[in-house]
Design a protein around this ligand. Structure first.
Ligand code: FAD
Length: 502
């Protein structure tokens, strides 16, 4: 039987980060992944040789040696990650479909503040206050800097703004419904309504996106390749197509042996789980869990998922704007409604462009996302990818057609140029990512809800992942830094940061 100091479960960006850090700390690490390949939501798929990104598309955190830059450096993958900056003047473009109003967000908070004041002069004072409050949250939330992960305890500090909803702050400070929509539109980047998310968490999420936003050359695939190289260099064992079928040798409230689905057995000192909390519940030995703990996890609500269309732009068509900006089409000024599982009709539609090298030929790709929920596909939840009913295929066809119709109506350059190559529903994401409900960002980071981070009720098991601290690639990586600090201890972890140049 193989023996490991650390078993990491799940090989998305959280699990990859945890595995590299633990191995850098001198641990013998085994990484277990249920899917046939590593990467989780970072993975790419191919249609007619053209690559498309499954989950990850853009991120903040690279500006001015930002947090993602710092973390990538410590992990030894920074050199392999090439950010592609978007238009400094219009990194995000928001178009209101009802009346055609267009608003652009430039890079950098001072410039954004100024721009919003130009757009909404009557709200100038409220805009200043809004950004003042954001800054206060950032200043008091040490977790936005790596050094703070070393010095602080497991979780981010709880401050007053953790108990105030984004919506209530917007209603207090701002009048224009368009402005409120613009400053809450990033709720789509973590899948929680403005009425449900705390102002503090919204601020933490927006920090990197306001400062700058970048796509990555080679998309999520670039991260996977860089991590794969590091895992090999550090001697991490990786086993795909594996999951824990049974916990065995349970002594002193700790699990000492895993029996895998393949029958293989591994001995372990401790384990970091980076999967959805409800999947975690399926692994932990029931007799070590209190009914209260089980109820708490079972009651967690998931963030929104997406319906996505993936396509290419015909050669010769001009739609450069979408390569430089992330464009959102907004059907109304009600972000809460757009993120409601029972909402009917159009929702926000986000279009992201990329140029991919396909055998030496540049090919323009486009992905467009609409928030989506299991409620929309309830009648097909028992089906699996590749074996779905004609009714489901018709649902996908109609939804993809409606999304293309909206893009054609409002994105002039794109008219008639988009060629659909694939589409994905929340069921596609559920099956591909082995998550319970196909949500894009795991469990909601919600007002009044304390998500799981760090030690679990089983003595030698820890939880990290996008549901722990903040969602998105940056938040998922950060959670693994927190948890690794707890596993390795301050001295060893501090040494890793130092050798990584922090
Ligand atoms: C459509 C979509 C668009 C997104 N866009 C962006 C974006 O533009 N920018 C951004 O920052 N974030 C984006 N996100 C979110 C981002 O991709 C995630 O927050 C992040 O990648 C999550 O990483 P993770 O490691 O926590 O989870 P995952 O990437 O989901 O990885 C979990 C892994 O665990 C595996 N697993 C599950 N159960 C088991 C088990 N029992 N045993 C072993 N393995 C198991 C899964 O197969 C998976 O590989 C998007 C997500 C989606 C779905």
């Amino acid at each position: 039987m193989d023996r490991y100091d650390q078993v990491v479960i799940g090989s998305g960006v959280s699990g990859l980060t945890a595995s590299v850090l633990l191995a850098q700390g001198g641990r013998k690490v085994l990484l277990l992944e249920k899917a046939p390949t590593i990467g989780g939501a970072l993975t790419r798929f191919y249609r007619e040789g053209v690559p498309f990104d499954t989950g990850f598309h853009f991120t903040g955190g690279f500006a001015d040696d930002g947090l993602l830059h710092e973390m990538s450096k410590v992990l030894g993958i920074r050199d392999a990650i090439v950010p592609i900056v978007l238009s400094p003047d219009a990194a995000f473009r928001f178009i209101f479909e009802e009346d055609g109003r267009v608003y652009d967000f430039p890079y950098g908070i001072p410039r954004l503040l100024e721009r919003l004041q130009e757009y909404f002069p009557a709200d100038a004072a409220g805009i200043r206050q809004y950004f003042g409050m954001l800054k206060q949250v950032w200043d008091r939330t040490g977790a936005m800097e790596l050094a703070a992960v070393l010095s602080s305890a497991m979780s981010t500090a709880v401050i007053n703004e953790d108990h105030t909803s984004l919506q209530s702050v917007l209603d207090d400070l701002l009048d224009s419904p368009y402005l409120k929509t613009l400053v809450s539109a990033f709720c789509m980047c973590y899948g929680v309504k403005p009425t449900e998310v705390s102002f503090a968490n919204h601020s933490r999420m927006c920090h990197g996106l306001y400062e700058s936003v970048a796509r990555i050359e080679g998309g999520g695939g670039a991260f996977i390749q860089a991590f794969a190289r590091r895992l090999t260099e550090l001697g991490v064992d990786v086993r795909c197509g594996r999951h824990v079928a049974e916990c065995a040798d349970i002594r002193g409230d700790a699990v000492h042996r895993f029996i895998l689905n393949t029958g293989e057995e591994v001995e372990l000192e401790s384990c970091v789980l980076t999967i959805h909390p409800k999947e975690v519940l399926k692994i932990l030995p029931k007799r070590l869990l209190s009914p209260a703990f089980v109820t708490r996890i079972s009651d967690f609500e998931s963030s929104c998922g997406f319906f996505t269309v993936f396509g290419v732009v015909e050669a010769g068509c001009k739609d450069d704007a979408i390569e430089k900006s992330i464009v959102s089409l907004l059907p109304s000024t009600d972000v809460n409604e757009m993120l409601d599982p029972w909402h009917e009709g159009d929702s926000a539609l986000v279009v992201i462009g990329s140029v991919e090298d396909v055998a030496g030929v540049p090919v323009k790709t486009r992905c467009a996302f609409e928030p989506s929920f299991m409620t929309e596909v309830a009648e097909w939840t028992d089906s699996r990818t590749g074996r779905r009913s004609p009714g489901y295929l018709e649902y996908k066809r109609k939804r993809a057609a409606r999304m293309q119709e909206r893009m054609n109506a409002l994105l002039d350059e794109q008219k008639g140029c988009f060629r659909l190559r694939a589409s994905a529903s929340v069921l596609t994401y559920r099956d591909h990512l082995h998550s319970p409900d196909g949500s894009a960002y795991g469990v909601k980071q919600k007002l009044g809800q304390i998500n799981l981070l760090g030690k679990l009720p089983v003595r030698n098991m820890y939880i990290a992942g996008q549901s722990a601290v903040l969602p998105g690639v940056l938040g998922a990586m950060l959670s693994s830094f927190f948890v690794t600090r707890a596993v390795l201890g301050k001295a060893t972890f501090g040494n890793i940061l130092l050798t990584g140049g922090c």
